[in-house]
Design a protein around this ligand. Structure first.
Ligand code: G3I
Length: 391
């Protein structure tokens, strides 16, 4: 009988080596379970953002067959990347346009995928449709703003009914530098807290089945702005609880950032403790957690592809292991599946101008070590009770 042969290369080495050579990894092989399946075994719903795109267009769309193949393999839930935002659905003060969102909703329904609604209101004015930015709300602005917001929530919730099971009711209300509610033409008219409460109460009334989420990008990386952002979000959540505002969960966007060239372990060590204390406070108030927009900004990670993919994967897994240690987390969505269509490409470029690599599949739709890291984090997560409808 021959002695067992010690492996010369670890699985990680093989994956990194394949990536460096531009070869498909084991995750591309037929028979590898999709991420949604791995997640479901742990009571977690896994999915991705998706874009609308015309037939044959090269976008991260369900209409792009190469992209659809990834969606259908890995996702049990989809979220529109842009198509439910006011910029898409509100071409004028009295006009609605749901053509693009309807196409995504039809695709998800046909494939038996669930659907999140992003977002009923995105607070920073830079993301308003042009007409709203300097809109004249007349002599009674509070009433006019209230009517506009309630009409919006009612129209969206009535249109999608039970097809949307979870809404980012409000997105990014906190000004990171100050921790205060952002001051905009809309928040000013009603007062920030009253305006946010109105949106959540309207959503609960119009979509009583849905999970209602406050979504923001406060992050586990440590920096002055991150501290005030986190404190502001905690204060906001405390206020929701005190006023009995119907908010079920905190959406942790999770655009995590490798912004230092330090070793990943050192960055993680610095971030983990304070981040856990933040999450502990959130769940102690009775909020669930949702990872709504995961990706990795690899701006300061090494240029070498194998080293970079390894750092991204390690950083992601350290973060996800912490997140999944909370049984209150039952949903994880990535902000796209392929680097080819990632918003990160046009945002915060690398000094060496190399393309970013922050999503599970590369520009040619090959699985990367990040996909394996996500699969490992999901597989290693303690089993939890799957999400139940709220209300
Ligand atoms: O569709 C138009 C196209 O017709 C036009 O020719 C082109 C010219 O600029 O713009 C296209 O729209 C762009 C749209 O993405 C679709 O590609 C917008 O300019 C661009 O601003 C928009 O960016 C999106 C951004 O939100 C602003 O809405 C990103 O795709 C999207 O990934 C990003 O997502 C946000 C989340 O909603 C909230 N959290 C942060 C996250 C990342 O910024």
């Amino acid at each position: 009988m021959s002695a067992p042969i010690a492996p010369l290369l670890s699985r990680r080495d093989v994956i990194a080596g394949c990536a460096a050579l531009g070869l498909a990894t084991a995750a591309d092989a037929a028979g590898e379970p999709g991420l949604a399946e791995v997640a479901a075994r742990r009571g977690i719903l896994f999915g991705s953002a998706v874009a609308w795109g015309g037939q044959g267009s090269d976008t991260g769309s369900f209409a792009n067959p190469r992209y659809a193949a990834l969606l259908e393999r890995d996702c049990a839930v989809l979220v529109p990347e842009n198509e439910l935002k006011w910029q898409a659905t509100r071409p004028g003060p009295r006009l609605f346009d749901f053509a693009r969102m309807d196409a995504i909703a039809d695709y998800a329904t046909d494939r038996h995928m669930r659907l999140r609604g992003h977002t009923l209101f995105w607070v920073p004015p830079q993301w308003y449709p042009d007409w709203l930015r300097d809109h004249d709300f007349g002599s009674r602005p509070a009433q006019a703003v209230e009517a506009m917001l309630v009409e919006h929530v009612r129209t969206v919730c009535a249109r999608y009914g039970s097809r949307i099971f979870s809404y980012d009711v409000v997105n990014e209300a906190i000004q990171p530098e100050t921790g205060a509610i952002r001051d905009t033409v809309v928040t000013k008219a009603l007062g920030g807290e009253a305006m946010l409460d109105l949106l959540f109460h309207s959503a609960r009334a119009e979509a009583p089945h849905a999970q209602l989420v406050y979504n923001d990008y406060m992050s586990w990386e440590r920096g002055t702005e991150d501290e005030s952002h986190i404190r502001g979000v905690l204060k906001l959540l405390e206020g929701f609880r005190k006023r009995n505002t119907p908010v079920d969960a905190l959406g942790v966007q999770s655009h995590i950032r490798l912004l230092k060239s330090d070793p990943v372990a050192a960055i993680v060590k610095e971030s983990a403790g304070p981040w856990r204390r933040f999450l502990d406070e959130v769940v102690a108030m009775g909020f669930d957690l949702v990872i709504t927009e995961f990706d990795v900004n690899d701006r300061k990670a090494p240029a070498d592809i194998a080293a970079r993919d390894g750092a991204v994967a390690d950083y992601a897994q350290a973060y996800l292991d912490i997140m999944f240690s909370y049984p209150q987390l039952r949903e994880m969505l990535v902000w796209g599946l392929s680097d080819r269509y990632s918003w990160l490409e046009g945002f915060d470029p690398r000094a060496d101008k190399l393309p970013k690599r922050g999503l599970p599949y590369d520009r040619e739709f090959r699985a990367k070590p990040l996909r394996s890291a996500i699969a490992r984090a999901l597989a290693g997560a303690p089993r939890r009770e799957p999400l139940r409808p709220a209300g």
